[in-house]
Design a protein around this ligand. Structure first.
Ligand SMILES: Cc1ncc(COP(=O)(O)OP(=O)(O)O)c(N)n1
Ligand SMILES: Cc1ncsc1CCOP(=O)(O)O
Ligand SMILES: [Mg+2]
Length: 529
């Protein structure tokens, strides 16, 4: 077994020290520590790589990230215009500030511009215990600019790599570390991984993204015993600036959370692939290589991101809630039914699939979303936050026995719409506290669509509407013969009606939706006068 690695995971003295330290911290602060990565790297003014990428990657992976800046680069998507090295004693000062105060789990290195900086780092690591060292041997930027000269190679080989728990070179870096050997095939990468491992790091990941003539991106992971060929399909995008820094930071983050090395590498690869796929079309800067979106939020075409208002309560005016059984009975597809309802005047749609297989539900959601988006009508998913996330729908509607609104909000983020079914003032209050956007109140009248659902009647609706801090939509047994009555009551916060059978258990969805829409328009205009 290699002798390298800052801390051997089975090192008794290390754990003794850590246990003493953390219990002391908790005694003092009374709180729990959170996984912590320290990034020792250079700053990228364009924020695609370097310290900025490390911060975003750790944030995306739910890990705290502190920073020691080794160098400040003037950089954009065109290239590196200038480099200003931070004096070595000031790098040492930053290291001391962080490590003497904070409980760092994993140190991740990026740009280490001089032998002196490497030595300062190694000295700090002998003074302060951390659980692992992840070395991304940054030498050349993706634009081809040199970030660490050849003079540093022997220090990397002889002093840094033996301390590393993992080193993550790309093909050019692996070649440079091994004296310029040719790396052109997967077999060459395996050979390089073995040679690098012999220098002392406990694990090696040789990244094959730059390997010519390959449809897949192949990385070789070697732990001293086994080789793993980690393959993923190559994503066609210009937005790959910072992938190396991000991958290494993500490995560090997963290690800090307690993953094994192989799991950390696998998770990190999947995360980078997802982020690249998600942001393959975003446009930042005019150079040939752009940054990507670590937080998966800038995706072009995502209407929900670009929507000006996260939620407009007037969208609740005519709320169409689907039912696949009814649509099947009348011989039409879900997409056709949704399109007809929108054409007839539905202002929001909820996909309510109680019996569908998850895979079919997701496909239906995606198809319906395309229709809804093309008409600017929000699409919500009934019950299933996972399907809402996977389809990028505009939100969810949850009931009292479904996922709590507060949890759905955490998962879906601030922009998505969340509706909650409420029959009482207390439930309405809880929905508001939980971060919901609206409440659905009912059943107002009895219905065959939802079994075992006690009605609240018009009185119950009135009680909830009067107390609610959120906009309300009435649901349950509402149709063309009673919708006018509901709306003409002029209840505070009542914005519209939600209907299933009155639209979808009918032969002509378009005609029925138009009829209900006209009636609601009339009821709301009579309310204004
Ligand atoms: C707009 C709207 N209001 C209420 C409901 C009912 O939701 P829930 O109580 O979770 O019952 P199910 O629909 O899941 O059976 C709703 N779907 N939409
Ligand atoms: C889902 C739901 N939640 C309360 S009543 C109800 C069913 C509404 O269906 P319909 O409009 O056919 O009465
Ligand atoms: Mg439900």
């Amino acid at each position: 077994m290699a002798s390298g690695g800052v801390i051997l995971s089975n090192s008794f003295s290390f754990y003794q020290k850590r246990i003493v330290m953390s219990s002391r911290m908790q005694e003092k602060n009374g709180g729990a520590s959170i996984p912590h990565v320290l990034s020792v790297a250079g700053s990228d003014s364009g924020a695609g790589a370097g310290i900025q990428a490390d911060l975003k990657a750790c944030a995306a992976r739910g890990v705290y990230c502190s920073t020691v800046i080794t160098s400040v680069t003037a950089q954009n998507t065109v290239g590196v215009q200038a480099v200003h090295a931070v004096p070595e004693d000031f790098v040492a000062q930053q290291l001391k500030s962080v490590l003497s105060d904070m409980q760092v789990d994993v140190v991740k290195t990026g740009m280490l511009p001089s032998v002196g900086v490497v030595k300062v780092l190694l000295q700090s690591l002998t003074e302060f215990s951390v659980r692992a060292l992840v070395v991304d041997p940054v030498m050349v930027s993706t634009s081809g600019d040199v970030l660490a000269g050849p003079s540093i190679l022997s220090t990397f080989r002889e002093e840094l790599l033996p301390m590393a728990n993992i080193v993550t070179p790309n093909i050019k870096e692996a070649s440079a570390l091994l004296g310029g050997i040719r790396l052109e095939t997967v077999a060459d990468m395996r050979n390089a991984a073995e040679l690098l491992h012999a220098l002392g790091p406990r694990n090696v990941l040789v990244k094959g993204g730059d390997l010519p003539d390959s449809l897949d991106a192949v990385d070789i992971f070697f732990n001293g015993e086994h080789f793993y060929e980690l393959r993923s399909s190559r994503i066609k995008t210009r937005n790959t600036h910072g992938t190396g820094c991000t991958l290494a930071s993500c490995i560090a983050a997963e290690l800090a959370k307690g993953s094994s090395m192989l799991t950390a590498v696998r998770v990190a690869k999947r995360y980078v692939e997802t982020a690249l796929e998600y942001s393959k079309d975003i446009l930042i800067g005019n150079g040939i290589q752009g940054p990507f979106d670590h937080l998966l939020r800038l995706k072009s075409g995502s209407q929900s991101f670009h929507r000006k208002d996260a939620f407009n309560p007037s969208d609740l005016f005519l709320y169409a809630v689907t039912d696949s059984g009814m649509n099947k009975k009348w011989g039409r597809s879900m997409v056709d039914a949704v399109a007809a309802a929108i054409q007839g005047g539905a202002t929001i749609v909820q996909l309510r699939e109680k019996d569908a297989e998850t895979r079919d539900f997701l496909e239906t959601a995606k198809s319906c979303l395309a229709v809804c988006r093309s008409h600017g009508v929000p699409l919500l998913i009934n019950d299933r936050v996972d399907v809402a996330l996977a389809s990028d729908a505009d939100g969810v509607h949850v009931g009292q026995s479904d996922m709590p609104a507060s949890v759905a909000r955490t998962l879906l983020g601030p922009e998505k719409i969340i509706g909650v079914s409420c029959k009482t003032i207390e439930q309405a209050q809880q929905a508001w506290i939980g971060g919901a956007d609206y409440i659905g109140c009912g059943g107002v009248y009895s219905t065959n669509t939802k079994a075992n659902n006690p009605t609240v009647g018009l009185d119950g609706l009135k009680t909830v509407c009067s107390a609610s801090k959120l906009p309300v939509v009435a649901i349950g047994g509402i149709n063309t013969s009673n919708a006018g009555t509901v709306m003409e009551m002029g209840l505070p916060n009542l914005k519209g009606v939600a209907v299933v059978s009155a639209l979808f258990d009918r032969e002509n969805v378009l005609a029925e939706t138009k009829k209900l829409h006209a009636l609601l328009m009339e009821a709301s205009s009579s309310k204004i006068q």
